[in-house]
Design a protein around this ligand. Sequence first.
Ligand SMILES: [Zn+2]
Length: 113
Amino acid sequence: MQTVVYAGPYAPKLNEYLRLRRRYWRCILTFVAIFMSGLIGGVLLDALVAPPQGIRTPFILVVVLAGAVAWVAMIWTSVRVTRWPCPRCGRRFARPKWPGNRCHHCDLSIDAD
Ligand SMILES: [Zn+2]
């Protein structure tokens, strides 16, 4: 399910905000998925396969690099979504820690007409 703003003078900018917010959540989920797969993969690698040292190091390297890229993307989108300017009042649309559905300054909603 995807929320899209269809009409109103602020619709293009609000849709931009919604795309950015979806990207923010995808980055968080990707980071968590990489973290969990590294954790589970590491345990399974040790328990089931009993790998030689030569397999473990590249696995850890790939997981750490992928996790680092996902973490940077998560921080970057977090900064962008929380600093996104409201199209009506020009101040920050989202709360500092939670990208919500309405501007916490002028109360413009993503459902605005
Ligand atoms: Zn506003």
